[in-house]
Design a protein around this ligand. Structure first.
Ligand SMILES: [Zn+2]
Length: 253
């Protein structure tokens, strides 16, 4: 797994360098040096302590002093999350055969990288099929009257949550992680506008309103203060709709 491990470290370290997460950029450069000298992954694995201040605790945000515009934070952190998963996986796996299919299976990731995109080798290009969008979308619901909203930024996050994982896995086995890092740092997602429109139609069809943000205190429809975070999943058909997931909080009526 040596090439995959090294490439994942290089790409992650590049990302950290570009956003000026200097401490962890230097840490990974040292991990790379050690790997090239002795083939040891011990120091790298010691960074994943799961506690505040450890590598898996790092979030790339402008308020944390990183060089990043807030509009790119979600997509960059999502890619960073998957890069970290790959670094750890390639440092520890005993698997002999690694390819796109085995990685999708390993991480239970839905494949959204279509053959057209593979052929053109253009990262993040669609078209995407809604049937493959399996993650939850979250919003807010009034527990007294059922009025529901999904904020606009949650729609973007829903799209990214679905398409980013398979792209990172695809890039890792096709030696494209560096391209992916460079692209994600300035990807304006304009090619997703049509897809977003389609998802907005599904939301409205499901009697959910799209708003700029969550509401603050009172339900805009019945003035109740009893509301909660609520989650839905897309059920795809000719007229796709969002349906509540089972473990939502119960409505009062
Ligand atoms: Zn209400």
């Amino acid at each position: 797994m040596s090439g995959y491990y090294e490439n994942s470290l290089i790409a992650t370290s590049l990302l950290l360098q570009k956003v000026k997460a200097t401490y962890w950029h230097k840490w990974l450069r040292k991990d790379l040096e050690i790997w090239n000298e002795s083939g040891s992954v011990e120091r790298h694995l010691s960074a994943y302590a799961g506690c505040p201040g450890s590598f898996d605790d790092l979030v790339i945000l402008s308020i944390n002093g990183h060089k990043i515009d807030s509009e790119y934070e979600y997509q960059v952190n999502l890619v960073f999350y998957w890069l970290r998963i790959l670094c750890y996986f390639f440092a520890t796996t005993k698997k002999k055969r690694i390819n796109f299919k085995t990685l999708l299976e390993e991480f239970s990731v839905e494949n959204l990288v279509l053959s057209k995109a593979k052929k053109e080798a253009e990262l993040f290009i669609g078209p995407y099929k809604l049937a493959n969008f399996k993650t939850e979308i979250s919003g807010e619901r009034c527990l007294d009257c059922g009025y529901a909203i999904i904020p606009d930024n949650k729609i973007d996050q829903f799209i990214l949550d679905n398409i980013i994982p398979s792209w990172v896995l695809w890039a890792s086995v096709n030696n494209r992680l560096i391209d992916l890092v460079n692209r994600i740092l300035q990807w304006q997602r304009t090619e997703l506008d049509e897809l977003k429109q389609e998802i907005c139609d599904c939301i409205r069809r499901s009697s959910i309103e799209i708003r700029g943000s969550m509401w603050s205190k009172k339900c805009p429809q019945c003035k109740s203060k009893d509301h909660a975070v609520y989650r839905w999943k897309l059920r795809s058909s000719k007229k796709s709709r969002f349906f509540p997931v089972k473990n939502n909080i119960k409505l009062n009526f």
